[in-house]
Every structure is written in structure tokens, then in C-alpha cells.
Design a protein around this ligand. Structure first.
Ligand code: SF4
Length: 486
């Protein structure tokens, strides 16, 4: 592929669905396109390039994208110069099928080819050529060739696409080799590959120089990280220790953890490195061994309990969150009850609950009937949510009267909504997170964004702590008195 010298002063609309990995990919694509002169617009009718960065984990997410593409058919007729692209997991999974279902799409670009997006857009616009750029199928070639086809181009960053100017994601593991039977990720993101520690550290330093205070290391199985550099094996715990030394970074997080790879050295690193968030997301998916076996998760409930016990004994104050799938193939009422029992026992900070959605191309789709009726899935989903919310509310209530340290993120959702409706007077409601990942809202000066602040908790909901600021900003090792301006 030739490099593109010409610049473009066009407008780009990009919609991102799915996980943090997709948010990061969009940041990288936008970073590359900004370099070509593009500016962002949040109005698709104003854009000459429209991109969808897609997710294939659930059928619903794909339907939404195909509906959005359908609506663009007429916009394309009115603006023949417009380029429409489908990127990411759905592009890798559906490939040419996207063109069949939406013939007005110009580009289909998989997760491993995102670096080519600028050139492909240019070719589509100048030569009216459609392009399909995807990685090799995992059965199509040897591991090295398939891994190479899922290339990464993480150094290109775009601050405007970050969750906030002070927070950034850094990918450390690409792909996944676990092959859980319900999951498309090993196909859409390719073989598991750990990035070199040198590259990761360099990226974190650049981010810190740009004002980033909180870095979240990403991997579908982030704690499986392993890379040998200069003859030395680096595990996630080693990487954390190195990143911990980067000046300017105040907080370090990592998601998502695989239960079987939760090693003691990692828990000890989180205990001993003060910048590490006291928060671990470790999806259990089910509390029933029969279901875990069908999901091919590679552990039993007893193994999960043992791992959870090690977290509790090493990190007694850490918050643990989980994912659960309800209504997986063959899930009985008894199996569902076992998942509820595990939630009651572990008292997760929160759980992300998903109704099973069969995905073509997965083993579960091939092997098992999707035999739990939709209304039963819905009822189990609600029941689990109710239990989890009750636990979250009870545990949050334990914080009332406590002083917690938060990394201030910026305006709260409520404040942003108010601002959308017109000019706002009076104090600003801000939001931040504790080290154990609890969301805290409080009134304060927006200039506090990006710093650590102490908040006294006055009230709670199942998802949020509500408090007021204590009159000092806290830096590691020092306290500074600050005037509180509304
Ligand atoms: S660990 Fe399982 S659920 Fe997670 S990405 Fe890999 S295959 Fe999918």
C-alpha cells in the first residue's frame, strides 16, 4: 500500500459500538485521519466520510449497524462522493456479506487492517473502488501468518477520542486463544499476541506527556500477558511495575482478567504498587460447572472460588466485578440458581449481565440448541440484576460518612445533560472514580478534572456514591489546600 501524501479537508463522522478495545481502535483511526486533514463532525448528514466501528459479540449490536447502514442508502444517492466504511469485528466476521446486505458501503475493514483506512478511503473516493481488507481466517494459514495479518498500529493516538483528556487506553494484548464456545473474539481479533514492553512503556510516556493521568491496559485476557524481551520474561505484574514509574501517571487499571490466569504475583503487584487501582474485573460467566464446561471456560466454580479467596486475602479492600451470561444453551433453573448463589457469595461490586445470543461461527452455535426461551432469559436477567443491585446498594451504603479519594474525570452526566438544554448557573456537578472503581458525584470546580480529590460520601445509589468535596487536593505524598469554586 502506498502512503498518502495529499491532505483532505473533509468531515468525518464515526460511530463506535462495543468494548474499550473498539474505543481505542476508533481513537487510532481518527488520529490517522486527522493527520490527513479530516475534522470530526457529530452530524452524519454533514460528513463526506462515515465510518462504523462495529461489534459482533451480540446479534443486537450487528442489527443496529445494518439498520444504520440501511438509512444511509438515500444519503449516499444524494452525495455520491460520500464514502461509507464498516470497520472492526463485524467487518472481519461478515466480510463480503456486508456489501451484499448494504451495496452502498465502500469499505469493509477488519480489526487487523485499520492502519490502511486512510488509503482505502482515498481510493474509494478517487477511483470509486470498493475495498475489502480483512485478516486471514484462523484455519486458513499457520499461526505466525494469521498473527501477522492481525497487525496493530497503536502509536497513532487522538486525544479528542478519549473518554476524557486525562484517561487513556493502552492495548497490551491483541486477540484471544481461549475459544470460549459462545464467543467470536478469537475469530474477529485473531490469535493472542502480547505487545513488547518497550513499545507499551514508550506509549504510556507519550500519553503522560500529553496530560493523561489514568491509564487502562487492555486485553481480552489482559492477565495472560507474556512477552520475552532481551531474554527476560515480562508478565503483567512486571509491566505494571515498570509503568508505575512513569511520572505523571496517577492511576493504573487493567481489564479484562481471565480467572485461571489470576496469579499471585499479579495480586501482589496490585497490593504493593500504590498507583494500581484496587479493582479487578474477573468474569465468572456462570456459577454452574455444567454450564462452564459447555462454555469451555477451562475452570470450575470451585476454581473460581479458590481464585476469589486469593484476591480477598491479598487485597481485602479491592472491588471485584464480573460478567454473567444468562440463558446459555441447556441452562436449567437450578444452573441459574447456582449463578445467583455465586453472586451472593462473592458480593461483586457490579456484574455485567448478558442474555445469551447465538453467534454463527462459534462452537456453541454449531453444537448446542439455543433452547432457553427469550422470556425465560429475560426473567433470569431481571432476577440477577435485582440481586446484584441489592448487593451493590448495600455495599455502597457502607461508604456513607467515609472519605474517599477520587480521580476527577470532569462533568457528571447530569451536568452535561443540563448544559445541552441551555446555559447553566450555579455549582457544577462533577464525577470521578475511587481506586476501587466506584463512581462518585459531587459539586466542584471543573478545573479539578485530572487531579485526585477527597470526597466525603453523604448518600448512595446502587451505582453511585454522592458526596461533597473535602477542602484539599491530594497528590501522592503531598496535600495542597485548594479554594473550592463552584
Ligand atoms: S476469554 Fe473467552 S469470552 Fe473472553 S475474549 Fe477470549 S474467547 Fe471470548
Amino acid at each position: 500500500m502506498t502512503s498518502m501524501a495529499n491532505t483532505h479537508n473533509g468531515k468525518l463522522f464515526i460511530e463506535t459500538v462495543g468494548c474499550q478495545m473498539n474505543m481505542l481502535d476508533s481513537e487510532l483511526v481518527v488520529g490517522a485521519l486527522r493527520k490527513q486533514g479530516y475534522s470530526l463532525t457529530d452530524d452524519p448528514s454533514d460528513a463526506d466520510t462515515i465510518l462504523f466501528n462495529t461489534c459482533s459479540v451480540r446479534e443486537h449490536a450487528e442489527h443496529k449497524i445494518y439498520s444504520a447502514l440501511g438509512r444511509l442508502k438515500y444519503s449516499k444517492q444524494a452525495r455520491p462522493n460520500q464514502v461509507i466504511g464498516v470497520l472492526g469485528c463485524m467487518a472481519q466476521k461478515d466480510q463480503a456479506l456486508v456489501f451484499q446486505r448494504a451495496p452502498h458501503v465502500d469499505l469493509v475493514v477488519g480489526t487487523g487492517q485499520l492502519a490502511e483506512v486512510p488509503q482505502l478511503i482515498e481510493a474509494a473516493r478517487s477511483r470509486r473502488e470498493r475495498a475489502l481488507a480483512v485478516s486471514l481466517d484462523r484455519k486458513e494459514a499457520g499461526r505466525a501468518a494469521v498473527s501477522d495479518s492481525f497487525q496493530s498500529y497503536d502509536p497513532l493516538r487522538e486525544p479528542a477520542m478519549r473518554p476524557s483528556p486525562h484517561q487513556a487506553f493502552v492495548r497490551i494484548v491483541i486477540g484471544c486463544d481461549k475459544f470460549c464456545t459462545y464467543c467470536v473474539v478469537p475469530m474477529t481479533r485473531g490469535p493472542e499476541q502480547s505487545r513488547p514492553p518497550r513499545d507499551i512503556l514508550q506509549e504510556v510516556k507519550v500519553l503522560a506527556d500529553q496530560g493523561v493521568k489514568e491509564v487502562t491496559l487492555l486485553g481480552q485476557t489482559v492477565n495472560s500477558y507474556k512477552h520475552t524481551q532481551d531474554g527476560k520474561l515480562f508478565r503483567l505484574s512486571d509491566l505494571l511495575e515498570h509503568i508505575h514509574g512513569v511520572k505523571g501517571i496517577l492511576r493504573l487499571k487493567f481489564v479484562t482478567n481471565f480467572p485461571k490466569d489470576m496469579t499471585d504475583d499479579l495480586l501482589q503487584a496490585v497490593r504493593d504498587l500504590p498507583k494500581c487501582a484496587q479493582y479487578l474485573h474477573v468474569p465468572a460467566q456462570s456459577g454452574c460447572n455444567e454450564m462452564l464446561k459447555r462454555m469451555k471456560r477451562g475452570y470450575t466454580v470451585e476454581d473460581y472460588r479458590e481464585m476469589f479467596g486469593r484476591i480477598r486475602s491479598t487485597l481485602p479492600h479491592a472491588a471485584v466485578s464480573s460478567d454473567f451470561i444468562v440463558g446459555f444453551c441447556g441452562e436449567t433453573a437450578e444452573a441459574h440458581q447456582k449463578s445467583l448463589n455465586l453472586i451472593s457469595e462473592c458480593r461483586f461490586k457490579n456484574s455485567f449481565i448478558f442474555k445469551y445470543s447465538p453467534r454463527p461461527g462459534t462452537k456453541a452455535f454449531e453444537l448446542y440448541a439455543d433452547d432457553v426461551p427469550e422470556d425465560v432469559k429475560k426473567q433470569r436477567n431481571n432476577e440477577m440484576l435485582l440481586l446484584q443491585n441489592q448487593i451493590s446498594a448495600e455495599d455502597n451504603a457502607g461508604f456513607i460518612g467515609d472519605e474517599v479519594e477520587v480521580l476527577v474525570e470532569g462533568f457528571s452526566k447530569v451536568q452535561l445533560k443540563k448544559a445541552d438544554l441551555g446555559p447553566v448557573s450555579g455549582p457544577s456537578q462533577l464525577t470521578g472514580r475511587t481506586s476501587c472503581d466506584r463512581i462518585v458525584v459531587f459539586d466542584g470546580n471543573p478545573r479539578l478534572a485530572g487531579s485526585l480529590a477527597s470526597i466525603e460520601v453523604d448518600d448512595v445509589t446502587p451505582t453511585t456514591l454522592i458526596g461533597h468535596i473535602v477542602t484539599r487536593e491530594v497528590q501522592h505524598g503531598s496535600s495542597v489546600l485548594l479554594p473550592i469554586l463552584a
